[in-house]
Design a protein around this ligand. Structure first.
Ligand code: ATP
Length: 250
């Protein structure tokens, strides 16, 4: 389902953070949200998920107004992985099973258990199923949070820096897993990410934010020398390397 954001505005008190942000995220695609620290990327994701109440603007999923959804309906449409993955004490299996909560009526079904088993496998977490989440490393916990969102099986997924605690191999594997699921199941993913090269490698479209507004919205060509200079204040070369667009800061 398509995610559409129209004229979104949000402020903490009088501090305007998100200002007239509009964009669309398409089915089967990953949209990377880029921009400097504090520009409002996480705040915007939390508006989409209704953790933050927007001052104005409209957010729809598949044409349905997110503001009018009840909690259970919202949880069936939008999955969210926050930057700080905190869990209450449980096993990894149960933490991932929590993703099924919006669908569980009386009791957990065999179908729920199968889904949990499947996502644990996708993220190579099978061996961790009976471990306590609070005994895991930051990166392992981040993978559990991603697994829980995938178990929720929502058409829209929001990931706030999903690879920030992961080593290089896990960064590549986790983003590849997300991309495969997004493409195969026709999901819509919005991912905030600082690593421009990872973004260029895995995302289909790029929303660059500056001072709370949309600076650019487009394909890989949006990530160019001028944008990097104007948004990050960094001189960088953007070149092709092994058929990929890469950013090399000077
Ligand atoms: N609960 C809050 N109350 C007041 N101000 C906040 C709150 N949370 C965030 N802010 C401020 O809002 C601005 C945007 O923060 P946000 O976390 O959305 O930025 P970001 O682009 O995600 O940054 P980063 O890349 O560092 O994660 C920052 O100036 C931040 O200090």
């Amino acid at each position: 389902m398509k995610l559409e954001i129209k004229d979104l505005c949000f402020a903490y008190g009088t501090h305007e953070i998100v200002q007239n942000v509009s964009f669309e995220a398409e089915e089967g695609q990953i949209l990377a949200v880029l921009g400097i620290n504090g520009v409002g990327k996480s705040t915007m994701l939390r508006c989409i998920n209704r953790i933050n109440r927007p001052r104005s603007g409209k957010i729809t999923v598949g044409g349905k107004d997110v503001a009018r959804m009840d909690g259970a309906t919202l949880a069936k449409h939008i999955g969210y992985v926050s930057q700080n993955c905190e869990f209450s004490e449980s096993t990894v299996f149960d933490a991932v099973l929590l993703g099924r909560k919006p669908f569980i009526q009386w009791d957990v079904t065999g179908h729920d258990l199968e889904i949990v088993q499947e996502v644990l496998g996708l993220l190579s977490l099978e061996g961790y199923a009976m471990r306590s989440v609070n005994e895991l490393s930051g990166g392992e916990r981040q993978k559990v949070a991603i697994a829980r969102a995938l178990a929720q099986q929502t058409p829209v997924l929001l990931f706030d820096e999903p690879t920030s605690n992961l080593d290089l191999k896990n960064q590549l594997e986790v983003l590849q897993t997300i991309r495969t699921i997004v493409r195969e199941k026709g999901l819509t993913a919005v991912v905030t990410i600082h690593d421009l090269n990872l973004a260029l490698r895995f995302a289909d479209r790029f929303l660059i934010m500056k001072e709370g507004r949309v600076y650019a919205d487009g394909g890989a060509e949006a990530v160019n020398t001028a944008a990097i200079r104007e948004v990050y204040g960094v001189r960088a070369a953007v070149m092709e390397c092994s058929g990929r667009r890469v950013v090399v800061p000077e």
